[in-house]
Structure formats: C-alpha cells, structure tokens
Design a protein around this ligand. Sequence first.
Ligand SMILES: O=c1ccn([C@@H]2O[C@H](COP(=O)(O)OP(=O)(O)O[C@H]3O[C@H](CO)[C@@H](O)[C@H](O)[C@H]3O)[C@@H](O)[C@H]2O)c(=O)[nH]1
Ligand SMILES: [Mn+2]
Length: 686
Amino acid sequence: MKKSTVINRSYAILQSIAISSMIFYRVSSFHHSTPSFPLLLVFASELILSFLWLLGQAYLWRPFTRETFPDRLMLREKTDQLPGIDVFICTADPEKEPPLEVMNTVLSAMAMDYPTEKLSVYVSDDGGCALTLYAMREAWEFGRYWLPFCRRFGIKTRCPKLYFSRYDDDFAGRGYEEAKEIIKLKYKLLEEHVKKAESNGEIIRGRNSKNHPAHVEVIEDESHNTTSSSEAKMPRLVYVCREKKPSVPHHFKAGALNVLLRVSNMISNAPYVLVLDCDMRCNDPSSAKQAMCFHLDPKISPNLAFVQFPQMFHNLSNMDIYDGKLRSVFSVKWPGMDGLQGPMLSGTGFYMKRMALYGDIVQKDTDFTLLKHYLGPSNVLVKSLNYVGFLYNSVIEDYLTGFTLHSKGWKSVFYNPPRPAFLGTATTKLNDTLLQGARWNCGALQVTFSRLCPLFHRLTSKMSLLQRMCYVYLSFQPLYFFPMWCLATIPQLCLLHAIPLYPKASSSLFMVFSYIFTMSQLKHLEEVLSTGDPIRTWWDEQRIWTMKAIISYTIGTMNAVLKCFGLKEANFVPTNKVANDEQIMFYQKGLFNFRASTIVLVPLVTLVTLNIICFVAGAVRSIVDGSFDAMFGQIFISFYVLAVHYPLIDGMILRKDEGWVPTSVTMLSFAISILVLCFGSLILLS
Ligand SMILES: O=c1ccn([C@@H]2O[C@H](COP(=O)(O)OP(=O)(O)O[C@H]3O[C@H](CO)[C@@H](O)[C@H](O)[C@H]3O)[C@@H](O)[C@H]2O)c(=O)[nH]1
Ligand SMILES: [Mn+2]
C-alpha cells in the first residue's frame, strides 16, 4: 500500500522529531529548577506514551494487501489432490453460547465448498453439556438436507440462521422456491427440537462444567456416505468433550484445542487446521480454497505457518460506539504486520499448518517406557504427547502461540477478502466490552512477566526488529493505564491550584505540545477515513479507547500482578454471545448502556466529575487572576476529556431511560472525587 506507506513514514519521522524536542525541553527545564512531584508524574507519563507510540510505528511501516485467485488454484490442483482440513470449533458455556448458535457455526463449516472427504469438523465442548451433544446430532441430521440444498443452488451464505435472516443470495433457479420452503420448515423444526430439549432442562441435568469424564462421539451414519450421491455426501462430525477434574488445570481454550489436535490426529490427521470460536460462522464457503492459495503456493508455503482472516461480526451497528469491530487491529495493525513477518494469531478464523504446531517436538530426554506405563500401549498417543501445540502461559493463548511461531522463523499471511470469510458476535455492551478487554490485557501482561516476554525472548532469532516491536507493543499496551490515570487527574488538580505544568500558550515552546497533539489527531483521522469509516468513528474511538485504558488496562494489570504472585487463579470467563432486546436497541442507536458493574462505572464517573469541577473552577480562577496563558494547556486537557466523554455526562445528568448512570453511582463517584480533591490539595499545598 504505497500511499499509506509514504504518509505513515513521513508522519513517523516528523512526529519523532517533535517528541524528541518535547523530551529535550522537559529535561532541560529540570536543570533550571528541581521538578515538582506532579511534574515528574506528567513527565513519566509522557515518556511511557512516547515509548508506546514509537513501538506502534512498527505497524505502520509497511502496510500490505493481498488478493487470491481460487479458480486458478483449481485449474492447477485436481480436486482430489487438495489437502485435508480439520475444523476445530470450541464452545464452553451453553448459557452464554447457546447450542443453537454453535450448531449454526458447525453447519456453516460442514457446508464449506471443499471436497467432502477432505473435511472433518471437530467440536470441543468444555461445558460437558448433554444439550450440546444433542444439538450436534440434530445438526448432522439437518445437514443431510442443508448441504445438498446449498450445493445444488450454489448458496453462498451457508450458515442457516444467517441465510434465513437475509436471503441475500436469492436467485430463481428451477425448483429453488419449493426447496427453499422445505428447508425453511426443516430448520424451524430443528429450532423447535433444540428449544424443547433446552426447556426440558437438559442444560442443567447433563452439566457439570468443571468435573466430567471424557466423551468422544463420531456423529455419522456409516451407511450414508457409501450409498449417497456426491451431492449428498457429508463431512465427518466429531463431538469431543475432554475429561475435566477440579484438581487438574485444564488451560481453557488452549487446553481444549490441544485435545482436539490429539483426537483429530488419530481420526483424520489433516495437514491443515481451521480454528473457529463457537460464534464464528463461515460466511464465505470458499475461504478454505482462498487459504490454500497461500498454503499451496510453492514460493511461500515452506515457511508459512498460518493464514489469518480478520474477525468480522454480523451484529455490528452503524454506530459502533464500543469499537466492537476492533477497527485498528484488523484494518491497520494486521495489514501492517503482513508487510513484515505476518499478522499475529488471532484466536479464530485461521488456517494453520499442523506441522507448525508440532514444532521442534520430540524432546530428546522423554522416557517413553514411563509414559506408556501411565498411558497404555498406544504409540500414537504417547508420541502425540510431545506436541507443542497451543501454549498455556497466558489467557491469550493465540498471541503467545503466534509469537513463538514467528520467533522460530515461521511466517503468516493476513487475508482480508472482499466478502467476509467469517462472521462472529461482537460485544454490544459497555460492561462486556471492558471486561473482555481486561482479560486480553491481563493475558498480554502475563506474557510480559513470563520467560517468553517479547522484549527479551530469543533475541537472536530471525524475527525482525519491526516485527518484534509489534509484539512488544501489545504485551506492554496495558501500561497505558499509568499515563491515562495521571493525565486524567494531575493536570486538573494542578489547574485548580494554579500550578503550571506546560509552557505558556503564547510561548513558542508550547508549539511543540500543540504540534504533537494536532498531528496525532490528524493521523488518527486520516487512518479512520482511509479504512472507509465515517468521521464520527474518529471521535468514538478516542472515547472507548480512553475507557479501555482506564478500566480494562487497569483491571488487566491488577489481575496479571495478582496472578504473577499466585494470589489469584487464572481464569477465562467466556464473553456473552446473547443479547436482550433492550441491549440491542441501545447499541443500534449508538447510545451508551451504563448498566454496568460498579467497578467499571465508578472510576469513569469519578474522573469525569473531577474534570468538570477542575475545569470550571480552574478556568474561572485563571481568568480572574490572569494566569490563562500559563494554564491554557491544562484547561485544554480537561476540556478535551469532557468533550470526548460527553455521553457519560449525558448519562449522569440528562438521560431518563434504562441505560443511564444510576444515581447511587453518581453520588458515590462525587464523594470519591471530593476526597481526591482534598487529598490532592493536601499534597500540592504542602
Ligand atoms: O475454558 C474455555 C474458555 C473458552 N473457550 C472457548 O474459547 C472461545 C473464545 O472465547 P470468547 O469468550 O468468545 O472470548 P473472546 O474474548 O471473544 O475471544 C477472543 O480472544 C480469545 C483469547 O485471546 C481468543 O481465543 C479468541 O479466539 C478471540 O476471539 C469460545 O469459543 C469459547 O467457547 C473454551 O473452549 N474453553
Ligand atoms: Mn468471542
């Protein structure tokens, strides 16, 4: 992407000069007078921000796009020469991840446009839930009608629920209308069956998500595939529920994926693996062939570990106030890494070469006789224990696994096709978004604290400096919490006491600060517009990003520190994939839903209250005593905070609907901000 490259690099160079001047100004001012404590905190914040900014430039250095030509691939490869693919689908909680939804994902994967005998679908059920197993059997039965229907009429949307909700690839072939009606009826019946089983209480009866024996079931009818025509052929569907005991750590999703690697190893052992979260439906049946365009390209294939598709979502609103689509990750950062060594592994929607996961496996000093003593005589099983597989040291197993692959010299490819290959469910609630972010950032910091810290791990490896900077950025990103808390309180408290922290607005030194601020705003705006998003996204992103820094990064950091000292157990609470009507209504209208837990809401409301008080009192004071020029920087900061977070003020004061900020929270936050004010005055005046 030549144009972006030129813009990004010019910006990076000019901004580096400005940031260096700012640091130089700060340090040299310390020579004239010893810096006060608040000034030191602000300077520390500026240093951390500059450090992270510098790392972030690596994503922008060499952005890249790709195109595939599956038809040409099919001219070269004979259909029966295509390599096998094992699809792994993980589910864990039947309440947050309704089996009906999982079933849709499974059906969409089974219906992929790929030779049937080369495709196997494995479902991991960490919930150990009878209803999920029942739903899988039902899905297979329905698939016997659904797959031929999709094939015969060339349906593109092969997730039944999506298809019936939009019929966007409708056409008038012979017999299509009747077939459509019949299949629609069958789907209705299927839904009814599953709902009935659900209301019969099978979720409760068959469920102990922490303690259950293993259950593997190959769901197929032996006679089916031998007798039926090619149009009616079905891929293999396997239900896997691994054994779980409260005393044995099960390592969450990474543990589940490793079990699937072993089970599939003994059943189909396909050379490629597609991993999907239970809500990630296949939206384009040709994604497997698209991925094979890379995996079978003799030029890139030997070093290629995985092809990553972006996460996209079926439930986004035009006013995506929570940045549920993670724009900057999938539209900017991953294309940027694609020009280096390849994007990070993103948990779902990737085609992985199985051998890449086996890594430098067979550990030299493994005692096979001892292992056999414990595990029985199967050589296959014993060998499989040496997998490397997905790594366990962090709740973001994807990030860590991808990092070790890249540090061993593997490459990856980011492919963002015109028609989204997979569609998942985005979070549509402030609470969910911020707590999901807390888990990710806790995971990121867990990596930073571990022996695999990207800043130091395998420094001699083949990974380029820029690629490493990208990894370091994500693992250090939680540190944003420090500058964000400082800059949301200290300039404001100092403003109240007329203590200047920035040069006078009229002085030329102030230009440095205003240049840095303005340019970063313009750059962000350019980025938003270049990814085809409306201007409001620019403003909305700043708000949700600050909220994440204040809440998610802070909670994530605290959890990671507690876990590091063994004071807290590792946990992975799955994100909710069901939403009620009210939640959807707020989200669709672009209105914040402040029905959130106190721990999420109070810090935000407190900071906004503090900024209101300091802005009003400080601005008045500076005008009265004529220090406006000296205090302008700080007045501006608090004004900016209020402008960005206007929806919070609205939620505290004006809104009357259900999504407003509860009075109790407002009162509590007010009390805390008064405490902070008093405490701040004590320190600043002493
Ligand atoms: O003990 C567990 C916990 C979760 N899961 C599954 O893991 C998947 C992802 O969980 P989700 O709650 O949707 O987490 P997200 O935060 O939305 O997931 C993102 O972040 C995760 C951690 O980085 C990645 O694994 C995911 O692929 C990525 O979509 C879901 O299918 C779950 O069923 C399990 O199988 N076992
Ligand atoms: Mn998810």
